[in-house]
Design a binder for this molecule. Structure first.
Ligand code: NAD
Length: 444
């Protein structure tokens, strides 16, 4: 399961050889740890166009020193440089403004440190002004292209926002080591009044989070990360995995809930097990039954649609209708890049995961208006788990390398993204499908 190529290219001879042979050069990504919770170095703020965003107070709270110019020596290749560049391009309204994007980033992009961040801020597209819409849409192609060429574990993302304070949890996430494997994403943040948590280090304190399929893999990492953020976690998994679910729950001070999520009354049983209600619902349980459509009997089709999609719809409906999911609640469902790009041998899985994205986009505005609950999805790419360890070697190697960061993600990368979407201050992030894929080459 270990990525031996990544370890090899981390050594002197490995680096030399892979460079000489023109092979991928994955960088060791800097992830969050309690000892090193922030990126190392200052945050450079630059602007293109005439912006109306009040960014200063929010950027000041990222914990990074905000500078207006690259510190002396920081522009040289190999120098430590800046940890992040934030380009406020929300005021770009035409092609001339795009020239300012180039002028702002061209001289400084070299000075972004390894595992650093380029964050482009854009405005919502103005349907009544096709010049503004063209220029703002251009930022997507720009950010995604820069993400593919920047290398050294650096990421590039675009956030479209109308109000800086509503985007605080999003900016903090993208400007931290927690978003190490999120690149090439376009995230829309609305203008809802933000709810700042009492404590940014334990934003989920006093909240209950249920994670389906939490006994192992990505679900276990999600449970761990939500517990770190202060939540009481309920680890739901099939009765056959009860021992593992209990082990995880005990370690995290949570509760195990043995239940097959495909049960027709799963929503009612969850509500009965949590009489005080819940705040965060993570639909993580998922299965694969791969085979090409010509060879796929209904017995391999139905369980995948049942676990990955039908049960997600059913339990969501039941927990919203009964009010068990409290006002201010969060739903995070799990899609997959296989659902966005399609994957040979996975017509069942691809259909189920695309269905999850469809549910999220349609339900989000209604769930927020009627229940005060946001609905988003994470779409993992190649993540190092038992599921992907079982993939044949050649396909596994291709999956690992075919992304801008030239490596697979870790379960914790999906977990950190989930925790940002589950954050009490993320109320303005709704209906988003965020890929955690190192900017995979697959899919739009
Ligand atoms: P995994 O197989 O390691 O874990 C899935 C968990 O879900 C298991 O504990 C399993 O017992 C549980 N589960 C399955 N059916 C269930 C049911 N009917 N009721 C309750 N629990 C059930 O998988 P993983 O790799 O950790 O994946 C987690 C999620 O992420 C899945 O939805 C998967 O489709 C998605 N995903 C994973 C990858 C990846 O690279 N690993 C990529 C894209 C998407």
């Amino acid at each position: 399961m270990a990525d031996r190529y990544l370890s090899f290219t981390g050594t002197g001879p490995g680096r030399f050889l892979s460079r000489r042979l023109g092979l991928p050069q994955p960088a060791a990504l800097r992830r969050w740890s309690p000892e090193r919770p922030s990126l190392d170095g200052p945050l450079l703020r630059v602007t293109a166009g005439k912006s109306g965003l009040d960014l200063a107070p929010v950027l000041a709270r990222t914990g990074l020193e905000v500078v207006e110019a690259v510190p002396a020596g920081g522009a040289a290749a190999g120098a430590a440089g800046v940890a992040a560049v934030v380009l406020d391009a929300s005021g770009v309204r035409d092609v001339n403004g795009l020239g300012e994007v180039h002028a702002a980033l061209h001289p400084v992009v070299r000075s972004v440190a390894a595992s650093g961040r380029v964050l482009v801020l854009g405005a919502p597209l103005d349907a009544g002004d096709h010049h503004q819409a063209a220029a703002q849409q251009a930022l997507e192609g720009f950010a995604r292209s820069l993400g593919k060429e920047i290398g050294r574990g650096r990421t590039v993302n675009l956030v479209r926002l109308a109000d800086a304070s509503a985007a605080e949890s999003t900016l903090r996430f993208l400007l931290s080591p927690r978003s190490a494997y999120v690149s090439g994403q376009v995230i829309q943040v609305g203008a809802d009044a933000p709810t700042a948590p009492g404590d940014w280090d334990r934003p989920l304190a006093g909240r209950t989070a249920l994670v389906t399929g939490g006994a192992r893999g990505i679900g276990e990492a999600v449970a761990e990360t939500l517990a770190r953020d202060g939540a009481h976690v309920v680890v739901l998994d099939v009765p056959a995995a009860e021992a593992d679910a209990r082990r995880v729950a005990e370690r995290l001070g949570g509760t195990a809930l043995p239940l097959d999520i495909t049960a027709a009354d799963a929503g009612e049983r969850i509500a009965a097990a949590l009489p005080d209600g819940l705040d965060v619902l993570i639909h993580n349980a998922g299965i694969t039954r791969d085979r090409r459509l010509v060879n796929m009997p209904a017995e391999r089709w139905s369980p995948v649609l049942e676990v990955n999609l039908a049960s997600v719809l059913r339990t969501t409906d039941a927990l919203l209708a009964s009010g068990a999911l409290r006002h201010g609640g969060r739903i995070v469902a799990t899609a997959s890049i296989a659902g966005l790009a399609g994957n040979a041998g996975q017509t069942n899985y691809g259909a189920s995961k695309a269905g999850v994205a469809g549910m999220v986009r349609a339900l989000a505005p209604r769930a927020l208006a009627e229940h005060g609950v946001t609905v988003n999805a994470v779409a993992p790419g190649f993540i190092e788990t038992k599921m992907t360890a079982a993939v044949p070697l050649f396909i596994r190697e291709a999956g690992r390398r075919m992304n801008s960061l030239a490596q697979g993600g870790l379960p914790v990368d999906v977990a950190e993204t989930t925790a940002w979407l589950a954050h009490p201050a993320s109320g303005a992030v709704n209906g988003q499908v965020v890929r955690v894929c190192g900017q995979s080459l697959l899919g739009a």
